[in-house]
Design a protein around this ligand. Structure first.
Ligand SMILES: Cc1cc2nc3c(=O)[nH]c(=O)nc-3n(C[C@H](O)[C@H](O)[C@H](O)COP(=O)(O)OP(=O)(O)OC[C@H]3O[C@@H](n4cnc5c(N)ncnc54)[C@H](O)[C@@H]3O)c2cc1C
Length: 462
């Protein structure tokens, strides 16, 4: 492709900014990143509280975050944040140690069985499900894998045929049952459901395992995690500062028209002409949102195939509160509440996070999900009330809520559409209307998977 082509990138989050970085590395400098907000980072949002930054969005990474590492190298920064740690409470607020055999004598047989099943899953993923952990979902529903290895920093191209991969379209709980590893869900659930990615009876195994591949899940178990002192937003701010063309903030895109091999973008009242467009912003949002975000199908001259495919996308209603506590009520560590990570407990507090060890002068952040595909969605205010009540039950009551948001989170498709080849159809559309689709739905809703997908997109098409 001609290195001088004009490329418009919609969205200044991890996917959009890293698309800019990888394009630049490949010699394309004529790109423009349009961001609707007055800041970059998207769901990496790290506001200030008394001079220090806390996390309203993304918090952590793991050593296999190779694309985030590329960004760190590009900018000369590193993961210099506080070391994370956590304990567990039951729904009544008692501290528990669910994985400690000595504290759970009656559960020893289950714990032993769980350990065996973790080992078994590790072996199955290496053999029966070879190719399961590649970035993106190309070929999975057809029993193929194609992409770049994610298990080493070298990221060699790999591809192959493996009909077993079709099982990844099943909801994760069914996938575990099929393979006789049901108990591993007790471990995988912590960094999955409480991180807002939905419930195992509704989310296809592909999403669970591509994000929580064996290596990544073990990093969570061993708390071998990365954080950033100035928050995850600072990674993307730094990248933005280092790009030849930093994102244009406060860009309101009114219309995108694609005709005669050109892309016309009406932004803040002016029409701009491009040759190609990469969309990292939401493709489809099924409901009206208070934050004004809409899907690309609503401001693009969307074609029938775009409309019908993207209308299958759903997303999680994931709510975050940042709360002050009185010093005497401040938690001494972060807590996971496994009891509340089941669909029957929609809207309840699943985890709360204390960032700094050395001070009580900080907010704690709480996390709740309030939607499941087969249940009624819980109203935002009802959920907020339940979470604040739960904090009281946990004996860490909030004295004040200083920040809150309900995030457009983890766009995904459900098993039926996954199995029917949703990803194959969307991948086949890449470039068709001079348009490329990237961002969370194309891979998975975390910083690294989205940045990695942008890397591959540039590698494949530019
Ligand atoms: C509470 C929470 C906790 C998380 N924890 C982690 C974690 O610990 N580790 C991790 O790796 N990830 C975590 N994530 C997920 C991670 O933040 C996202 O997956 C990642 O930010 C996705 O990057 P993206 O660029 O695809 O999308 P986004 O970050 O959503 O960025 C999209 C950008 O597009 C902009 N935009 C939207 N519409 C338009 C438009 N019409 N025109 C122009 N711009 C537009 C948005 O304003 C935004 O800046 C967390 C997220 C949240 C909310």
């Amino acid at each position: 492709m001609d290195k001088n082509i004009r490329i418009c990138i919609v969205g200044g989050g991890p996917a959009g900014l890293s698309a800019g970085m990888y394009l630049e590395k490949k010699g394309y400098t004529n790109y423009t990143i349009l961001e609707r907000l007055d800041r970059v980072g998207g769901k990496c949002w790290s506001p200030y509280y008394n001079g220090r930054r806390y996390e309203m969005g993304a918090i952590m990474g793991v050593p296999s975050y190779y694309a985030v590492h590329d960004v760190e190298e590009f900018c000369g920064i590193t993961h210099d944040g506080p070391k994370l740690n956590r304990n567990y409470k039951d729904a009544a607020g008692n501290v528990i140690e669910p994985f400690e055999p000595k504290k759970n004598i009656l559960k020893i047989p289950r714990l032993l069985k769980m350990k065996k099943q973790v080992k078994k899953l590790g072996e199955l993923l290496e053999t029966k499900y070879k190719g399961y952990d590649l970035n993106g979902h190309r070929g999975v529903s057809e029993g193929r894998y194609e992409g770049f290895s994610q298990t080493s920093a070298k990221r060699e191209p790999v591809s192959g045929v493996n009909p077993n991969l079709k099982d990844l379209a099943l909801p994760f709980s069914e996938f575990c049952k099929l393979n006789g590893v049901e108990l591993i869900q007790d471990i995988w659930i912590g960094p999955f459901t409480s991180f807002g990615y939905g419930y195992f009876d509704e989310i296809p195994a592909a999403y669970v395992l591509k994000y929580l591949d064996f290596q990544t899940c073990m990093n969570f178990v061993k708390i071998n995690l990365w954080t950033w002192k100035d928050g995850t937003q600072s990674i993307w701010e730094s990248l933005n500062d280092h790009l030849k063309n930093p994102a244009r903030l406060n860009s309101h895109i009114e219309k995108v028209e694609r005709k005669d091999g050109k892309v016309y973008v009406t932004v803040n009242g002016e029409v701009e002409e491009y040759d190609k467009i990469i969309v990292t912003a939401p493709l489809y949002i099924p409901n009206k949102r208070d934050d004004g975000q809409i899907g690309m199908v609503d401001y693009f001259d969307a074609r029938e195939d775009e409309k019908s495919l993207f209308s299958k996308i759903d997303y999680e209603r994931y709510d975050v509160l940042a709360c002050e506590t009185k010093p005497e009520d401040h938690p001494e560590i972060s807590y996971y509440v496994f009891d509340n990570m089941v669909p029957q407990k929609l809207g309840r507090l699943m985890v709360y996070y204390r960032r700094w060890k050395d001070t009580k002068d900080q907010v704690i952040t709480t996390y709740a999900l309030r939607k499941h595909k087969d249940r009624n969605e819980i109203d935002y205010d009802v959920c907020k009330k339940m979470v604040l009540n739960d904090l009281k039950t946990m004996k860490n009551p909030a004295s004040n809520v200083v920040n809150e948001w309900s995030v457009y989170y983890f766009p995904h498709v459900f098993s039926e559409d996954y199995a029917a080849g949703w990803y194959e159809k969307v991948e086949a559309m890449q470039g068709k209307y001079d348009t490329y689709y990237a961002g969370e739905v194309m891979s998975f809703g975390d910083m690294d998977e989205t940045a990695e997908y942008s890397r591959e997109l540039v590698e494949r098409f530019f």
